[in-house]
Design a protein around this ligand. Structure first.
Ligand SMILES: Nc1ncc2cc(-c3cccc4ccccc34)c(N3CC[C@@H](N)C3)nc2n1
Ligand SMILES: [Ca+2]
Length: 448
């Protein structure tokens, strides 16, 4: 096991990783920008290094600044968390070149699964159903209208380098194809430095189901069940839960085995997530996330498996100590992202001094955060300041326990989306688990 790990991130995920290190007897190194120097994740580290100004490009995204800090600290390994450099294959390769262990999938697996069309063809070879469409980038309008003629409109034009909702154009009829095709290519070039686009049949009311995978360097691949992330607003997940209430046991088994086959074919190692769309009892591969995710927590709660500790053990070349049969799903969990946003003003970002911070507690309540009363919450980074994770015996109890916990959760000094979460708990479709990915945008009128 490593003796010292540098966590190349901030906020709650940096604290999450440092806590896992602590439990494994591993010393921790934090890196921080000017904006984070008074508190947050830095408080939890054994040592900390300033890597630059608040602007992420000059600090948390600065490859050399992070690598130099690892050098200075004499770290053995680097954990990237999520966001920032977590899925940056070029940085992962540099980490390796500089003699540190990368705590995540190797750069090659990131590359092959990060390219959405390569991932799709690789999944097809592994007998994993993919959303109908092309497995090569399209180079002409005809190729797009061919797919639409075969599967019907609407179709989705997707950027090869996109993901997470960026670079997705929905086309409802033939006369929109040319313009949307050109826009998708232009935006792909601008945002992802990659103008390749591909096309899929657009599923209009799917559930967004993702399967947690963990794989070691000794050929062991396990899935840890699924999460339902269908409650999203403008492609931002708002409430995630596990297990999904729309999967039958048979579909659950099929989707888990398909996810394992797919990542096995990619020689994937460490933690990863295979995203599927589920509609009318059928599931289709969408993409792979080659990192630990914000919502890994709900999987930990229902399986009792500490995913981050397994990331560290796997990176240190240890073998997975449990069989697939040992993974049992117990109860139900939900995660509420606590964002500093004002739901009454179209979720605009909020900031200010954290005058009161009195999070919920009691049975089945987990808080993952990096903030304390008195902290300055700025707008330098994303708006999520904490995660409230609720566990219970079943979904019904999870809903009532969530309402109890949200009613206890006190934050004063700026707006948060807590009132919005409490409203969602009273929503008919959500409380029945029937909400699909477009539900929230329609309810909030974004679709118009
Ligand atoms: N062929 C096809 N059909 C339906 C889809 C539905 C989604 C989707 C998934 C989850 C939430 C969404 C919210 C609004 C619009 C789309 C979604 C989707 N996403 C969203 C982000 C990225 N993971 C890909 N791809 C889709 N692709
Ligand atoms: Ca994704």
């Amino acid at each position: 096991m490593f003796s010292k790990v540098l966590v190349a991130n901030r906020g709650e995920i940096a604290v999450r990783v440092m806590r896992a290190c602590e439990e494994l007897g591993v010393r921790t190194v934090a890196v921080y920008s000017e904006a984070d120097k008074h508190g947050g994740h830095v408080r939890y580290a054994d040592e900390a290094y300033n890597i630059g100004p608040a602007r992420a490009a000059d600090s948390y995204l600065d490859h050399e600044a992070v690598l130099d800090a690892a050098e200075k600290a004499g770290a053995d390994a680097i954990h990237p968390g999520y966001g920032f450099l977590a899925e940056n294959a070029e940085f992962a390769a540099k980490v390796d070149d500089r003699g540190f262990t990368w705590i995540g999938p190797d750069a090659q697996a990131m590359e092959s699964l990060g390219e959405k069309t390569k991932a799709r063809s690789l999944m097809q070879e592994a007998d994993v159903p993919v959303v109908p469409g092309t497995t090569e980038p399209v180079t002409s309008v005809d190729e797009i209208t061919d797919v639409a003629e075969e599967y019907g409109y609407p179709v989705a034009i997707k950027a090869e380098g996109g993901g997470g909702g960026r670079g997705l154009k929905v086309v409802h009829s033939e006369d929109e194809v040319e313009e949307q095709f050109e826009t998708a290519q232009r935006e792909g070039e601008a945002y992802f430095d990659n103008d390749s686009v591909y096309v899929e049949k657009y599923l209009e009311a799917p559930h967004h189901i993702e399967v947690q995978i963990i794989a070691d360097h000794h050929g062991n691949v396990r899935h840890l069940g699924e999460r339902d992330c269908s409650l999203q607003r403008r492609h931002q997940k708002v409430i995630e839960e596990a297990p999904s209430s729309i999967l039958t046991d048979d579909l659950r088994e099929q989707i888990g085995e398909a996810a394992k086959r797919g990542v096995d074919a990619a020689n994937y190692t460490n933690a990863g997530t295979v995203e599927f769309l589920v509609e009318d009892g059928e599931f289709f591969f969408m993409e792979v996330n080659t990192r630990i995710q914000v919502e890994h927590t709900v999987t930990e709660q229902i399986t009792g498996i500490d995913i981050v500790k397994w990331q560290l053990r796997i990176a240190a070349d240890e073998e997975l100590a449990f069989e697939q049969a040992d993974v049992d799903i117990e109860g139900h969990a939900m995660e509420f992202r606590i964002n500093a946003e004002n739901p009454a003003k179209n979720f605009e970002p909020a900031s200010g001094t954290l005058e009161t911070y009195d999070p919920a507690g009691g049975i089945g309540v987990r808080i993952d955060d990096a903030i304390r009363q008195g902290d300055e919450i700025g707008g330098d980074y994303d708006s999520m300041i904490a995660k409230l994770i609720i566990s219970a015996g079943d979904r019904e109890e999870c809903l009532t326990r969530s309402e109890r916990a949200l009613s206890e959760f006190e934050i004063e000094g700026f707006h948060t989306i807590i009132p919005f979460h409490r409203l969602m708990l009273t929503d008919e479709a959500f409380s029945n688990g029937e909400h699909t990915t477009n539900y929230l945008d329609e309810v909030l009128d974004h679709s118009r």
